[in-house]
Design a protein around this ligand. Structure first.
Ligand code: NAP
Length: 300
């Protein structure tokens, strides 16, 4: 019997583990892929209080090592089911805990266009810092208008010969800091009010067709497309123990409580007004602290 099982080893989940271990609780972290969550793809994090600048990879690795050193058990297994008695089933086994913290974050949203899946790794990527180096002196496009898209375009402008930044509106939601930086890049071309409508190529991506608000279509020959159009949550499997919004985010009552006793939700997976590193680690610490308090007087 664990005191807590944490589903997800991103910043929220690992912070929960940190707080639980510091309270000497027996903790199991279950992660389907690799530690770090989305922040691992951030080139530079410059809005985390107290740290002027750090790569997302270094931040996540520091946190992971910190939690391991404190004695948290971390297993790379895929959670299939969580029951209200806090039995957690994975692809490899069954575990039981007094509390469960769901911190599954969100995954990259897809364009949902024909051939998208076929071209992943063959011209389509969702992570510029992971795959950017394959496009040295080549022509690439980035799709999206948020911080990720602009950060990716800036990063790629230093590797590729040309970067198209395609956004569906004429206003960006990214921070001004990135907008100012983009303006100074003479190999970045902005294409606004446009959507990608088709992905063309035989065995790999060779060009994309974009359509503007006036229905004008244009083909762009590119070697790579970086999709940076936000994220969607991964909570369907928890539907038996939590309420979900129509977009799939976990509804929490106050702070990080779900509708099930001793089951908490932390980080990007839940409904919240701001999804950032700071708010993810905040959720993680609150969930752990509440769990420690609430499981204390329960008999098992
Ligand atoms: P985001 O802020 O949700 O932006 C997604 C962008 O994709 C928006 O511009 C959106 O357009 C566009 N989009 C959504 N669905 C689309 C579709 N189907 N087709 C075309 N375009 C679509 O996502 P994000 O940029 O990944 O950022 C996620 C969070 O991480 C944000 O809170 C962000 O601030 C944070 N972040 C921080 C840093 C940093 O501080 N270094 C770096 C990266 C990300 P509309 O604008 O029209 O909705």
């Amino acid at each position: 019997m664990y005191d807590a099982i944490i589903v997800g080893a991103g910043p929220a989940g690992l912070t929960s583990a940190l707080y639980l271990r510091r309270a000497n609780k027996k903790v199991l972290v279950l992660e389907a892929k690799s530690y770090g969550g989305q922040i691992i793809n951030a080139n530079n994090v410059e809005n985390y209080p107290g740290i002027e600048s750090i790569s997302g990879f270094d931040f996540a690795t520091n946190l992971y090592n910190q939690v391991k050193k404190l004695g948290a058990e971390i297993k790379f297994e895929t959670v299939i089911k969580v029951e209200s008695d806090r039995t957690v089933t994975t692809n490899k086994g069954k575990y039981k805990a007094k509390a469960v913290i769901i911190a599954t974050g969100a995954t990259n949203r897809k364009l949902n266009i024909e051939k998208e899946n076929d071209f992943i790794g063959k011209g389509i990527s969702y992570c510029a810092t992971c795959d950017g180096n394959f496009y040295k002196q080549k022509v690439v496009a980035v799709n999206g208008g948020g911080n990720t898209a602009l950060e990716d375009a800036i990063y790629l402008s230093n590797i590729a010969s040309k970067v198209y930044l395609i956004h569906r509106r004429d206003e960006f939601r990214a921070d001004n800091k990135y907008l100012d930086e983009i303006k100074d890049k003479n190999n970045v071309e902005l294409i606004l009010n446009s959507n990608i409508v088709s992905l063309n190529g035989k065995d790999k991506l060779e060009s994309i067709t974009i359509k503007d608000n006036n229905d004008n279509r244009k083909d762009l020959e590119i070697d790579g497309l970086f999709v940076a159009i936000g994220q969607t949550p991964n909570n369907e499997i928890f539907r038996n123990v939590v309420d979900l919004t129509d977009k799939g985010y976990i509804i929490t009552t106050d702070d990080v409580h779900t509708k099930s006793d001793y089951i908490y939700a932390a980080g990007d997976a839940r409904v919240k007004s701001l999804r950032q590193l700071t708010t993810a680690v905040s959720d993680g610490s609150i969930a752990a602290t509440l769990a420690i308090k609430e499981i204390k007087n329960k008999t098992y």
